[in-house]
Design a protein around this ligand. Sequence first.
Ligand code: HEC
Ligand code: HEC
Ligand code: HEC
Ligand code: HEC
Ligand code: HEC
Ligand code: HEC
Ligand code: HEC
Ligand code: HEC
Length: 242
Amino acid sequence: MPQQVTRLGIAFAVLAIVFVAVRQTLVPDTFGDAGHYRAAAVDSIEAQPLKYAGHEACTMCHRPIADKRSASNHSGVSCEVCHGPAAEHVAAPGNVRPRAPRERGFCPLCHGYNASRPSGFPQIDPVAHNPTVPCMTCHDPHAPEPPVIPGECRACHGQIASTKAVSHHAVLPCLTCHDAPEEHKATPRAVRPGKPSSRDFCGGCHAEGADSPPHIPGVDMATHGEDYLCWQCHYPHHPEAE
Ligand code: HEC
Ligand code: HEC
Ligand code: HEC
Ligand code: HEC
Ligand code: HEC
Ligand code: HEC
Ligand code: HEC
Ligand code: HEC
């Protein structure tokens, strides 16, 4: 037998002994009892004190504020996001008061300009936007109003509007294809307009023999791109037939 095999054998034996020793000494007792984790961890986590009470708890004593917030632009921002963990306050309201974030630095954590935020999310430049005065002087933190509600779709969807304006669909108002409630303009993320969902929608004007003016080109719905939605081939805001 070549020497190397003996050496390799010794090396493996040493490794195996080390492995068994480490397992015996370092792996906690309850590891593996209930899955690939330390079963006793559940008890120690359970024993930790609760810090957050949840916004339902606040409603009991602060109903007017809770109702106001639920109906506002901040309906998606929970009380304790701004006031910090408040379980102790719920248990003893007179003794522990949650902090109210009155300083100017707080609101820009969400509203300070940051290119990676979703399009349309209201953002300001905290340095230039009405400096030195606390945000609450002008905005109610429990019901911030959007400052000006734009009347036109173009105000926020400028790119789509400009694209459509030079397309074959220029004459079609946005509302022909989107049923957009007025509330969408005030709370665009909470209230979303509808979008066409089937081929038949476009067929309403473009199906051969449809009851539409003769200058609108018609297609045979049964054979024209029949396996796909129309907008998988035609951009609806700038449809082209080339
Ligand atoms: C059992 C009733 C009760 C519940 C539940 C309760 N609060 Fe209060 N809260 C009070 C009372 C009473 C005060 C006024 C305390 C004072 O003036 O010393 C208060 C005051 C406050 C204040 C004012 C602090 C300030 O600096 O002015 C905030 C903020 C607050 N609560 C937030 C919350 C939040 C958030 C929750 C839910 C997690 C909550 N509260 C749940 C009774 C309650
Ligand atoms: C966007 C952050 C934000 C959220 C969300 C928020 N608060 Fe406040 N809250 C504030 C700020 C800032 C103040 C201080 C207002 C001031 O001094 O004018 C305040 C003040 C308060 C006060 C004391 C002053 C008052 O108006 O009576 C209470 C009580 C309170 N909040 C409870 C709540 C409860 C309950 C909720 C959830 C339903 C909630 N807040 C959600 C930021 C917030
Ligand atoms: C002196 C009053 C005043 C103060 C203070 C103030 N704002 Fe405003 N805020 C306004 C007005 C007026 C508008 C609407 C005109 C504009 O966009 O500038 C506005 C608009 C906004 C908008 C909406 C922007 C958009 O494009 O939809 C946000 C978000 C906002 N403010 C957050 C804040 C925050 C955060 C602070 C504190 C750092 C703050 N504001 C301080 C008056 C104020
Ligand atoms: C945890 C993140 C968060 C914090 C903190 C926060 N906001 Fe907001 N704010 C939001 C969200 C989410 C909306 C709704 C945006 C939407 O509908 O697209 C909103 C909406 C607004 C609007 C309406 C702007 C518009 O044009 O629609 C104003 C004004 C505003 N917040 C001011 C404040 C002020 C003042 C504070 C500090 C007291 C604050 N916000 C703290 C998340 C936050
Ligand atoms: C105050 C700004 C604003 C105005 C005004 C506005 N929108 Fe929007 N719209 C938004 C925002 C923000 C979104 C969400 C975009 C996102 O999620 O990236 C949106 C989304 C949409 C969507 C996509 C919905 C979805 O679920 O994919 C449609 C369709 C739409 N808007 C149509 C319209 C029409 C039509 C009008 C005019 C009647 C209009 N919007 C006016 C801001 C606005
Ligand atoms: C001919 C019908 C038609 C017209 C007119 C129309 N849209 Fe659309 N729009 C659609 C369809 C279909 C979709 C869905 C596309 C998809 O799901 O890929 C859509 C999607 C959208 C979206 C979602 C984001 C995107 O680009 O896919 C927004 C926002 C939107 N439209 C806004 C508008 C606005 C604003 C106008 C007016 C300036 C307008 N639309 C006019 C048919 C139309
Ligand atoms: C309310 C009627 C109406 C609806 C609904 C409609 N269109 Fe159109 N479409 C038109 C009109 C009008 C024209 C322009 C005809 C002309 O050039 O005179 C047109 C033109 C077109 C063209 C031809 C472009 C070219 O280069 O000649 C295509 C492709 C098209 N639409 C696709 C669609 C799709 C896809 C939908 C569904 C998202 C749709 N249309 C929904 C009215 C409509
Ligand atoms: C698989 C891709 C595809 C799909 C899906 C599709 N189209 Fe087309 N469409 C085209 C192409 C490519 C042309 C240009 C060549 C032609 O006329 O066949 C065209 C042309 C058109 C034209 C212009 C016809 C003319 O005579 O000028 C209209 C209108 C049209 N499509 C409407 C629609 C409608 C409505 C739907 C959904 C029911 C749809 N298309 C689905 C690829 C597609």
